[in-house]
Design a protein. Sequence first.
Length: 255
Amino acid sequence: MSADKVTLSIDDHVAVVETHSPPANFLNRDVLAAIADAGEEAQSAGARAIVLCAEGRHFCAGLNLSDRSGQVDPRDAAAAVYHQGMRIFALELPVIAAVQGTALGGGLGLACAADFRVASPETRFEANFARVGFHHGFALSVSLPRIVGNQHAAFMLYSGAEVRGEQAHRIGLADRLVAHGDIRDQAIDLAQEIAARAPLAVKSMRRTLRQDLITQLDKVLEHELDEQAQLWRTEDCAIGIQSARERQVPTFVGR
């Protein structure tokens, strides 16, 4: 585990897995691998539920679009990131994401890998992919519609619009809506409630409820990566990424 970026603590059968790259808590392969490693370690140590949280202002701002130097094959790089993310989906224990600030792009994917999400009215969920000109990843093709339904998922993906906490709660993206300062405590309370139940039964129920999700992940992820690889080479993608770096509104040309 990358101890400086991801930490694990366990108290009374509840594991807290925390990322430490504030303020944005960007994703990369090593961070996701460390989260998955921590989750697997928590399972081996007898935890019954996991709280996934982040230090600082934001839960996760996705991939760092400013960090692309020396990248030869974007598809291979994205595959390395997302395949580590699939390990988080495959964890045996229920996962509760404590989502403060922004869950953006891949950060939304990480939040949707969890079973439940606790947020505040100030929390922002954003599928920003269309705003930067490329296809979504992290198996959001499966996970997002599963949580919010096809119509809400389609709008989030096509528009790239932010979904604030109250709306997220209405559409089922946030399971509990609490005051900003209470997000982590309430996520731990939810984890404790689950951890107090019969652990073998909970694991068994979770396998049943998520078995179709797990079987779809690899196939949909490969499709997402293929679509990303095609769009990565487009003029619109270059415009979108440059605009995101400069915090400007892009003008897409359809090429």
